[in-house]
Design a protein around this ligand. Structure first.
Ligand code: HEM
Ligand SMILES: *[C@@H]1O[C@H](CO)[C@@H](O)[C@H](O)[C@H]1NC(C)=O
Ligand SMILES: *[C@@H]1O[C@H](CO)[C@@H](O)[C@H](O)[C@H]1NC(C)=O
Length: 355
C-alpha cells in the first residue's frame, strides 16, 4: 500500500479507537452478562427487605470508593490480601463503612452466572443505585464498564472530616472536579444513616445556639452513654432518601458540623433553601450528582482487572501490589498513569499501534 494511504487509513482507525475508548456506557453488560443488573437488583432488594439501613451503607461505600483512587473498588480489598497487610480499610475514616457482605453475595451470584465479567467497582455503583431507589430516592440509569484497581493503600485515603468549614470541605470536592452545588447535593446523602457521637461531640460540649435546643438536650443525653453510640444523621426520616435533610438543617437539626453549616454558610444557604422546598429539584440533582460521582477517575479499557473475589486482587496481579507506604502527604498525584486510548474490543487492536 502507498505510504500516504496507509497513514490515512491508520489515522481513521486510530480516530475510531479514541471514540470507542470511552468504555463506560449504560448497559455495558447487555450482551456480556445478560441479567447482571437484575441479579444486583434482586440481591439488594432481598437485603433491603430485612435491613433498610443498607441504603446508607452503600451510599457511603460508593463515596469512599470513588473519592480514593477513583471508583475502582479499592475500598473492598481486605488488609490481609496486600503485601503490606494494610489496605484502605485500615485508614482512619474507614470506620463503620458497611455493606461488604452484600457486595460479596452479589459477586458470588455473578461469578456463578458469568465468571470474571462484572467488576466489583460496577457492583458498588449498581447496588448503590438500586438501594437509593428502594429507599425512596430517584431512579436513574448508570453507566457501567468500570474495572477494578490494582492498589489499595491506607496512605491514599484523604477524605474530608465532619468538622471542616464549607470552604475547607469544598477543596476536597474541587480536587475531584465537583462544584459547590455538587457537594451540597451529595451531602444530601446524609438524609439516611447514622453517625457516631464522637464525630460531632464538639457541638455538644457547650450550647452555642447552632443546634435546636431540644435536639441539643436529647443528643447530650444519648451521647452520654458509654461506647460511643450512634444517632441518625436525618432526625426526621432516617431511612428515606428525600429532601428532609435540608429541611432539618434549616431547623438547626443538622447533626454533623459540616451539615449544619450548609444551611448557614452564605455560599450554600441558597442551595439548601431551594432543595428544602423543592423535592423534585433535589431528586433530579441527587441522581445527576451520583452519576457524576460514579465517573470519578474510573479504570477502563485494558487497565486494571475484573476481580474474582472483591476482597482480593487476582493472583496474577500479585507482583503489582503496592509497595510499603512512603511518607505521602499530600498524596502523590498522578495516582495512576493516564488512560491509554485502547479499546476493549479486539477488532480495533492493531499491534503496531501499541507502544
Ligand atoms: C464533606 C463531606 C462529608 C463528610 C465530612 C462526611 C462525614 C461523615 C461522617 C463523619 C459520617 C459518620 C460516620 C461514622 O459514624 O462512622 C458519615 C456518614 C455517612 N455519610 Fe458522609 N460525609 C461526607 C460526604 C458524604 C457523601 C458525598 C456521601 C454519599 C454520597 C456520604 C454518605 C454518608 C452516609 C450515607 C452515611 C451514613 C452511613 C451509615 O449509616 O452507615 N457522605 N459521613
Ligand atoms: C480503621 O482504621 C483504624 C485506624 O487506622 C483501625 O484502628 C481500625 O481497625 C480500622 N477498622 C477497620 C474495620 O478496618
Ligand atoms: C433549584 O435547584 C435546581 C436543581 O439543582 C435548579 O435547576 C434550580 O435552578 C434551582 N432553583 C433556584 C431558585 O435556585
Amino acid at each position: 500500500m502507498d505510504k500516504k494511504i496507509m497513514l490515512l487509513f491508520l489515522c481513521c482507525i486510530y480516530h475510531q479507537h479514541t471514540i470507542v475508548s470511552s468504555a463506560l456506557q449504560v448497559g455495558f453488560y447487555g450482551n456480556k452478562c445478560r441479567g447482571a443488573e437484575s441479579i444486583v437488583q434482586q440481591e439488594v432488594q432481598r437485603w433491603f427487605s430485612t435491613d433498610r439501613s443498607i441504603t446508607a451503607a452503600l451510599l457511603r461505600m460508593y463515596f469512599h470508593d470513588c473519592f480514593v483512587r477513583g471508583c475502582d473498588a479499592s475500598i473492598l480489598i481486605d488488609s490481609k490480601n496486600t503485601q503490606i497487610k494494610q489496605s484502605e480499610k485500615d485508614a482512619g475514616p474507614n470506620q463503620s463503612v458497611r455493606g461488604y457482605e452484600l457486595i460479596d453475595r452479589i459477586k458470588s451470584r455473578l461469578e456463578a452466572t458469568c465468571p470474571m465479567t462484572v467488576s466489583c467497582a460496577d457492583i458498588i455503583a449498581l447496588a448503590t443505585r438500586d438501594s437509593v431507589a428502594l429507599g425512596g430516592g430517584p431512579k436513574y440509569s448508570i453507566s457501567t464498564g468500570r474495572r477494578d484497581g490494582l492498589v489499595s493503600n491506607p496512605a491514599d485515603v484523604n477524605l474530608p472530616g465532619p468538622s471542616l468549614t464549607v470552604q475547607e470541605a469544598l477543596k476536597f470536592f474541587t480536587n475531584k472536579k465537583f462544584s459547590l452545588n455538587d457537594m451540597v447535593t451529595l451531602l444530601g446523602a446524609h438524609t439516611v444513616g447514622n453517625t457516631h457521637c464522637s464525630l460531632f461531640q464538639d457541638r455538644l460540649s457547650r450550647f452555642d445556639g447552632s443546634m435546636d435546643r431540644n435536639l441539643f438536650a436529647k443528643l447530650s443525653r444519648t451521647c452520654a452513654a458509654r461506647g460511643d453510640p450512634s444517632v441518625s444523621l436525618d432526625q426526621s426520616t432516617s431511612f428515606i432518601v428525600d429532601n428532609e435533610f435540608f429541611k432539618q438543617t434549616r431547623l438547626k437539626k443538622g447533626i454533623l458540623k459540616i451539615d449544619q453549616e450548609l444551611a448557614s454558610d452564605r455560599s450554600t444557604a441558597g442551595i439548601v433553601a431551594n432543595f428544602s422546598v423543592n423535592p423534585k429539584a433535589f431528586e433530579q440533582a441527587f441522581a445527576n450528582a451520583l452519576i457524576k460521582l460514579g465517573n470519578t477517575e474510573v479504570v477502563e479499557g485494558r487497565l486494571g482487572e475484573i476481580r474474582k473475589n472483591c476482597r482480593a486482587f487476582n493472583p496474577s496481579q500479585q507482583k503489582r501490589q503496592p509497595l510499603p507506604p512512603r511518607k505521602s502527604f499530600p498524596p502523590r498525584k498522578p495516582k495512576r498513569p493516564p488512560p491509554r486510548n485502547v479499546s476493549p474490543r479486539p477488532t480495533f487492536s492493531i499491534p503496531f499501534l501499541e507502544p
